[in-house]
Design a protein around this ligand. Structure first.
Ligand SMILES: Cc1cc2nc3c(=O)[nH]c(=O)nc-3n(C[C@H](O)[C@H](O)[C@H](O)COP(=O)(O)OP(=O)(O)OC[C@H]3O[C@@H](n4cnc5c(N)ncnc54)[C@H](O)[C@@H]3O)c2cc1C
Length: 556
């Protein structure tokens, strides 16, 4: 029999999305809960993120009259994810459990006083498929006054968005030059910032608002936290997980978990060795995950016989990194750039190869797939002066002026003609010329015959809704012409241990490892190799945390 320095009913490894959600369910039933976090800050990459959760058929959709149902959500997940032998994280049973528990989980959090809402319009990423929702299934936290955390405020991991603006507002702010609604939002946001300063409030948004609200509720409910507490081992006895070994202040402590252990320790985006093995041609230099995303808990679960799957997948996020920003914690993503008019993406031979307005995951999958036959890492975004006048690039707001260092370093190329630009990029001038001519031909007939860019609501949402004819198509015709490299960056890996519809970790033989649950990107995603819509990573982390806690209670 193992002896422990301390024991709790439930121990969570990592303070990611599902951790506090699971903890709240268990605390409400009177169970003791300890969350162990390796870094000095609570919240994981979830706190840094947009904090969007993709939750079908949720209460806010009902409130706003946005149609959805279990059947509709399942039809969409069937279509976008499908049944494949090599995606055991995304079985139909798991997809159904996700839909069933997602909306219930949101109701539970609202009952716990977590203020949530939806973004008014954020189409599912494959809205061309049956069962999709054009308005979207996103759930986000309302702005959170982080000062309400008192002394614990410093423990919350900050977000990448420094302004006191909701995601809904931010998504509209980018059209400030063209829309009165955006201008009104800018005024509202300005007044809110002044009012907050005068009244001693500090609002945080996105993932920090979500995890800040969760942290506040967790502390109130009596969940215990230890930071700078790195879990090194699972304690396994008679094939059942009984606790963990954690290093705190350089000392190993054994902590017992009477009812179970939940691993919510993120993925392996910060581990180059694991990347080289599972996702070659990608780099820790191109990830926006937090520093704790190093994958050791996936390896520790494997050591105890856990099956792994979908390890080649990541939540790709196309990046273009100018000089001086290489070491920024959050590097510039260029999601909207080649979805906007007057821009395309080409491989190193100067050829377009995909719909550049697809979801970030599909986009990076496309780059890596292309790279198998034609060098495409990096690929190049090609833009003209119309683009530069109207849209952002690295900076959110449009400007025709770019730092001289961008040109001097060779990061950004600028030329008077497409042929000259091609020469600077070491491409055959006639090839790039032909690519641009063909694209301009599609713009003229208002249809991209090669890749159907701009056909979907999602493409148009990502583009410029105020652009005449098609929000995603505009000619590349007004010099000078510009190019920047684009790499397949990421916001996290998407494969890990295989779990069942109760979030239990499974062995290779399909049987669960008793006492061991996992959620978030430590697991093989319920989304398989797809990204159903905004929040397809944080949403599952919360939902499977909730499901694990329910299963624990059902056993006790
Ligand atoms: C800028 C940005 C924006 C994003 N926006 C969204 C979005 O809006 N919606 C969405 O769905 N996804 C988004 N993503 C992706 C998403 O944030 C992550 O995939 C998701 O948060 C992962 O959550 P998780 O719960 O699995 O783990 P995390 O939130 O990363 O938490 C894992 C925690 O475990 C800790 N840990 C690791 N190992 C140990 C150990 N051995 N012992 C103790 N602790 C350990 C880590 O330090 C970390 O704090 C975004 C990502 C970024 C970077």
């Amino acid at each position: 029999m193992s002896t422990f320095d301390e024991s709790y009913d439930f121990v969570v490894v990592g303070s990611g999305g599902g951790s506090m959600c699971a903890g709240l369910v268990l605390r409400r039933a009177g169970k003791s809960v300890l969350i162990l976090e390796k870094t000095a800050l609570i919240g994981g990459t979830t706190a840094r993120s947009g904090g969007v959760m993709w939750i079908p058929n949720n209460r806010f959709m009902k409130r706003d009259g946005v149609p959805d149902s279990k059947e509709q959500a399942m039809a969409y997940m069937d279509a976008v994810i499908g049944d494949h032998n090599d995606t055991p994280g995304a079985t139909r049973a798991r997809r159904e459990a996700y839909v069933d528990n997602g909306a219930e989980m949101v109701d539970f959090l609202v009952d716990q006083g977590i203020k949530l809402n939806r973004v008014s319009y954020w189409p599912d990423y494959n809205d061309e498929l049956p069962g999709s929702s054009e308005q979207g299934r996103t759930v986000v936290a309302e702005l959170f006054n982080v000062n309400e955390l008192g002394e614990q405020k410093a423990k919350l991991r900050p977000n990448f968005i420094p302004i006191m603006s909701t995601l809904d507002e931010m998504l509209k702010l980018r059209f400030i030059k063209k829309s009165w609604e955006s201008k009104r939002i800018a005024v509202r946001f300005g007044l809110r910032t002044i009012w907050a300063k005068l009244t001693g409030k500090h609002y945080v948004t996105a993932g920090a608002a979500l995890q800040g609200r969760m942290f506040q509720a967790a502390l109130k409910a009596g969940i215990e936290f230890r930071t700078e507490a790195s879990v090194k081992e699972l304690v396994v006895e008679n094939n059942a997980v009984k606790g963990v070994v954690v290093e705190i202040d350089g000392k190993a402590m054994r902590i017992g978990a009477r009812a179970g252990v939940l691993v919510n320790a993120g993925g392996f985006a910060q581990n180059q060795e694991m990347r080289d093995k599972y996702i070659p041609h990608t780099s820790t230099k191109w990830t926006n995950t937090t520093e704790g995303d190093t994958g050791e808990m996936i390896r520790e679960m494997m050591r105890h016989g856990a099956a792994i799957a979908q390890m080649e997948e990541m939540v790709g996020n196309q990046m273009s990194i100018p000089p001086g920003m290489e070491n920024d914690a959050v590097k510039p993503v260029v999601q909207g750039v080649t979805a906007a008019p007057h821009a395309i993406l080409v491989d190193q031979s100067g050829v377009r190869y995909m719909n550049e307005a697809g979801s970030y995951m599909t986009y990076c999958q496309g780059m890596l797939a292309r790279h198998k036959t034609v060098p495409a890492v990096p690929s190049y975004a090609i833009m003209d002066m119309q683009y530069m006048k109207n849209y952002g690039l690295v900076t959110p707001l449009p400007t025709t002026k770019r730092p001289q260092e961008w040109f001097d370093s060779g990061y950004m190329k600028k030329a008077d003609t497409i042929e000259e630009l091609a020469t600077m990029l070491k491409m055959e001038p006639a090839t790039l010329r032909a690519t641009v001519d063909r694209f301009n031909g599609f713009v003229a007939k208002n249809h991209d015959d090669d890749f159907n860019r701009g056909d979907r609501a999602y493409d148009r949402w990502l583009g410029d809704r105020y652009h005449e004819k098609n929000a995603s198509l505009g000619s590349i015709s007004e010099g000078p012409f510009y190019a920047v490299p684009v790499v397949p960056g990421d916001v996290g890996t998407y494969g890990g241990v295989v779990t069942d519809a109760n979030a239990r970790v499974l062995r290779e033989d399909g049987y669960p490892i008793e006492g061991l649950y996992a959620t978030g990107v430590s697991t093989a995603s319920v989304m398989g190799r797809a990204y159903a819509g905004a929040g397809a990573s944080v949403g599952p982390s919360f939902v499977w945390g909730y499901v694990a806690a329910k299963h624990v209670l059902a056993q006790s």
